[in-house]
Design a protein around this ligand. Sequence first.
Ligand SMILES: C=CC1=C(C)c2cc3[nH]c(cc4nc(cc5[nH]c(cc1n2)c(C)c5CCC(=O)O)C(CCC(=O)O)=C4C)c(C)c3C=C
Ligand code: FE2
Length: 413
Amino acid sequence: MDTGNKQEGISRRDFLKITASVGVGLAIGASGMAAIEKVVSPTSKAVAGNDPTEDRIPMYGEHQSGIITPQQTYMYLASFRITTADRATLIRVLRDWTKFSDLSMAGRTMQTGDNPLLPPSDTGETLDLPASKLTVTFGFGPTFFSADGKDRFGIAGKLPRYLKDIPRMPSDKLDASQSGGDVCIQVCAEDQQVAFHALRNFIRLSMGAATLNWMQEGFISGGSGGQTPRNLFGFKDGTANQLHQSEGGYQDVVWAGEGEPDWMRGGTYMAYRKVRMFLEVWDRSSLADQEDTFGRYKESGAAYGTKGEFDKPDPSKMPIASHVRLAKESKQLIHRRGYSYTDGVDPRTGNVNAGLLFISYQRNPDEQLLPMLKLMQSKDALNEYVSHIASGLFACPGGLREGQYIGQSILES
Ligand SMILES: C=CC1=C(C)c2cc3[nH]c(cc4nc(cc5[nH]c(cc1n2)c(C)c5CCC(=O)O)C(CCC(=O)O)=C4C)c(C)c3C=C
Ligand SMILES: [Fe+2]
């Protein structure tokens, strides 16, 4: 990506002309775009004892990063609405997002500025920071392909097989302003500032072509030992992922299969549910009630009737309405990659607004996720303590080769 291209800076007079004719947003966006070719190389970014190329996750390959990548500690999830109807403008943004992903995952930044009359190309807050295992995962929602009956970009025919909004579930209390979207970007890193920097610059680069619908920030309990993170109810969350963590397992559970458009090869579906967790209610319930809710022991994470976290669960030993027993009854596997969130105080109750940004990846949401979700929403003991408040389903294309841009296989095949 570091092409070494010399781009001419634009003068303040040119800048004013552009803002007058196309609006400030687009002008700032355009200046960012020109400058994205100019990057600060890892060596010039390095500070004493800090190698910015360390902790890199490769950007190119069969699959996008951030799906089966071991979970980093911080995440931002953001949804965009494409506002441009112009295909070339859309392609320009997708190209810029891709270039920016490439350089920031490599621990580099855009040049902060060589024209004092313009805003710096890069916001600058990662100048001294390494790549921090940054990953960027793009997903496309149903409205990317067609919205309000309009085929804006001539891609309605490219809709993948299972992409649609998650149907309304019995106890949903969904907020439309926090749900869905044309494009979803999941950004994860070991340093929260690195993750935020990426998202912030994706927003900047999309000016004049897309707007931010919503964004969420999440965290998990870190730990160098690779332990399963604990959620805000204090339980290990993610244990059962172990059942499919092999090449064959990912093939069966995560990667899109037959009957999909070519661009979904190596891709998957990302399901998102924002689930509020009523911490105050939970904290007043007994340990026995808490453990009965999941059918697992709190401290060890072991399933009822077993000793170790990864011992094979016997659902018949768990309460009938327990969360894990119901998940097992669905006989399906999904790859969960959720994050906890906190959102300040609920002004109506004075309680903490917090919960789980449930994210799962699966090859067929109709078969794997929806029956499980229905079953849980109608019977799960967990429902006493949680409420689903936002939702989304996005199709994530397969990985990229160098030189390709995200979404190219949809727009140009
Ligand atoms: C429909 C999918 C699921 C939603 C929504 C969901 C919400 C949710 N889960 C927890 C906590 C735990 N979940 C656990 C296991 C588990 N959960 C799902 C699915 C959904 N969870 C599955 C498929 C499984 C695996 C079941 C299995 O095969 O064993 C566990 C146990 C440990 C583990 O395996 O991860 C916990 C704890 C919360 C708090 C929550 C919503 C807020
Ligand atoms: Fe769960």
